[in-house]
Design a protein around this ligand. Structure first.
Ligand code: SAM
Ligand code: DTB
Ligand code: SF4
Length: 366
């Protein structure tokens, strides 16, 4: 087994991405087999614990309050509701639960305390718990770790250059800082992005450079195909070509050989053959259940049929890293610091985001 390379350049990764397809399939599948069981794919479940009404302007996201989408918003779920959903997910073969909140960043207080209790509860069900709650400080990351969090998801989404065309309410450096804060704990890092937002191949590769040069590399990298939702600035983006998804998954596998590569959003548009090639070149996880956070996903029975057809087995929990211990709230070594971190707000104007916002205003005024 080779040691992991961390000094990847854009040119090197571009060369991999642009290899003749048959060459890329072979190289990526070979590396995948060196480090992973090619017949095992993790089944994870997404839970939107707080939906919609988000103050950010992410151009891809149906949960941003400023765009006119028809999703149903919800306040923070109760711990009991989350436990019931996690048990259901476990019964249908999931070994990991990822809880997402439509927040810009975590704020100390009763809602965060409730999320910590959700983490404790799911970890005690012997499932991997992941959270994606926006930016976090080092103290907040430590409190999540203490509760038994297995992974924190915080996507870079695209290259630093293209990020400015997608989001104006936060900067790329905030994302990197949050990843660094999580790294100071024993929580594993999950960070990836989206293709199909109008970015160039250089932007896709730029994101992979940013992720693959982290040392250590993220334990988990989700690759999402944009789900173009009506009302968002990206509503008219064309669906991603399956070959682009295969190239992206394969390149991710080559440059981050030990990472769990997650075939995430966009599977409703992908054929079984297309998904099979994604597994072949390196994808080792899917999100199951008929909903992602707010958008549709294939039915779990259909996915299980696909697993059967391809001879795939669902991966058990804690195969890649040990189960964290849970410290009860009453025993906690940390306190809420009530920090007010100065996460950046570049505030530049993005034309398509402005247009979508105006459309929302005029529709709401009717
Ligand atoms: N609010 C938190 C944040 O942004 O970090 C966590 C939740 S956010 C919905 C998690 C991730 O979902 C985003 O970083 C983005 O990569 C992905 N996502 C959101 N909308 C998407 C869409 N329409 N298509 C594909 N991926 C999407
Ligand atoms: C990730 O990279 N993809 C997941 C998970 N991390 C949180 C979210 C996909 C969301 C797709 C759009 C929606 O359903 O709202
Ligand atoms: Fe909010 Fe996250 Fe959606 Fe951005 S991606 S609008 S931060 S929920």
């Amino acid at each position: 087994m080779r040691s992991t390379k961390h000094d990847w350049t854009k040119e090197e990764i571009l060369e991999i991405y642009n290899k003749p397809m048959m060459e890329l399939l072979y190289v990526a599948a070979s590396i995948h087999r060196e480090h992973h069981d090619p017949n095992t794919v993790q089944v994870s479940t997404l839970l939107s614990i707080k939906t919609g009404g988000c103050p950010e302007d992410c151009g891809y996201c149906p949960q941003a309050a400023r765009y006119h989408t028809d999703i149903e918003g919800n306040d923070l779920m109760s711990v009991q509701q989350v436990k019931a959903q996690a048990l259901r997910a476990k019964a249908s073969g999931s070994s990991r639960v990822c809880m997402g909140a439509a927040w810009r960043n975590v704020k100390d207080g009763p809602e965060f305390d409730q999320v910590l209790e959700m983490v404790r509860t799911i970890n005690k069900l012997d499932m991997e718990v992941c959270c994606t709650l926006g930016m976090v400080t080092e103290n907040q990351a430590k409190r999540l770790a203490e509760a038994g969090l297995y992974a924190y998801n915080h996507n870079l989404d695209t290259s630093e250059e293209y990020y400015k065309e997608v989001i104006s309410t936060r900067g790329y450096e905030d994302r990197l800082q949050t990843i660094e804060n999580v790294r100071k704990t024993n929580v594993t890092v999950c960070s990836g992005g989206i293709i199909g937002m109008g970015e160039s191949v250089e932007d896709r590769v730029g994101m992979l450079v940013a992720l693959a040069t982290l040392n250590p590399q993220p334990e988990s990298v989700p690759i999402n195909a944009l789900v173009a939702v009506e009302g968002t600035p990206m509503e008219d983006e064309k669906p991603v070509e399956i070959w682009d998804m295969i190239r992206m998954v394969a390149t991710t596998r080559v440059v981050m050989p030990k990472t769990q590569v997650r075939l995430s959003a966009g599977r409703t548009e992908m054929s079984r053959e297309g998904q099979a090639l994604c597994f072949f070149v390196g994808a080792n996880s899917i999100f199951a259940g008929d909903k992602l956070l707010t958008t549709p996903n294939p039915d779990v029975n259909e996915d299980m049929e696909m697993f059967k057809q391809l001879g795939l087995n669902p991966q058990k929990a804690f195969v890649k890293a040990p189960q964290p211990e849970t410290v009860e709230a009453s025993e906690s070594a940390y306190e809420a610091l009530g920090e007010k971190p100065k996460w950046t707000r570049p505030g530049h104007s993005i034309e398509r985001n402005e247009t979508a916002k105006q459309k929302h205003r005029s529709l709401s005024a009717k």
